[in-house]
Design a protein around this ligand. Structure first.
Ligand code: SF4
Ligand code: SF4
Length: 233
């Protein structure tokens, strides 16, 4: 799930001032931002109260099913077209992908109300951890299912670094070194000698902006297996 956190209110208010927006429509997201408690109904009502306290008028609000879904968001903006039309700007409490989807669906100025921070594992209710940066060249097959790219603060593929002490990480001192965990798990599974050194990563596998077209069997920068589609588009 995409983890978001509230954005600095001073910046939001400055954004609204810049376009002289007195009337604002607020859009949330019924998926990640609702689960993370940053862009669901409760948070929208808090944002509404804050805006009203600052002298703005909230013309309406909505929590779309999935803010980053183009069709669903277009539908949601159509449903609320009157209140959005009345507003001078739209404030979106979702990740950046959702903000851009809303911005595509209306001609009004659209501003982010949250910061998008990482793709998170739900460790327990309310506890999220980054375990994958979606690098496009996964090494988990070589590292016993523990991602060194993300969970080692230095992103070292082969470690540990010289700062590891007593099995603990020198950066996150309350955590075991990722490479100690990897080697232990590989040893437990009898795989220590199976792979040797993890080769350098193929950074071309993570070209921006990523795009996949299942209909035409294309992935940007890379030909999909079995595809006759053109690579690098
Ligand atoms: S290597 Fe790590 S960052 Fe890359 S895809 Fe695998 S889990 Fe994600
Ligand atoms: S101690 Fe281990 S996890 Fe920490 S930065 Fe060094 S190699 Fe990475």
């Amino acid at each position: 799930m995409i983890i978001t956190r509230p954005r600095d209110w001073e910046r939001i208010l400055r954004n609204l001032d810049e376009v002289h927006a007195r009337k604002v429509f607020i859009m949330g997201c019924g998926q990640c931002a609702t689960v993370v408690h940053t862009g669901g109904e409760e948070e929208i009502l808090e944002a509404k109260a804050r805006l009203e306290q600052e002298g703005h008028e909230v013309t309406g609000w909505a929590v779309g099913e999935v803010a980053c879904h183009s069709g669903g968001t277009r539908l949601e903006t159509r449903r609320n077209s009157g209140s959005i039309e009345e507003a001078d700007a739209v404030l979106v409490l979702s990740c950046g992908a959702g903000v851009q989807t809303v911005a595509d669906a209306t001609s009004k100025p659209v501003f982010p109300g949250l910061e998008s921070v990482f793709l998170g594992n739900v460790v327990r209710h309310g506890i999220y951890e980054e375990r994958c940066q979606m690098c496009g060249d996964c090494v988990l097959d070589l590292t016993a299912g523990i991602c060194p790219v993300t969970t080692c603060p230095k992103g070292l593929l082969n470690g540990p670094c010289g700062g590891m002490w007593g099995g603990m990480c020198e950066v996150l001192t309350n955590r075991e070194c990722t490479h100690v965990r990897i080697q232990r798990r590989l040893a437990e599974q009898g795989r220590v000698t199976a792979h040797g050194i993890v080769p350098p990563k193929d950074f071309s596998a993570k070209l921006k902006p990523g795009s996949v077209n299942l209909r035409e069997g294309r992935e940007r920068g890379r030909k999909r297996a079995g595809s006759t589609g053109e690579a690098g588009r």
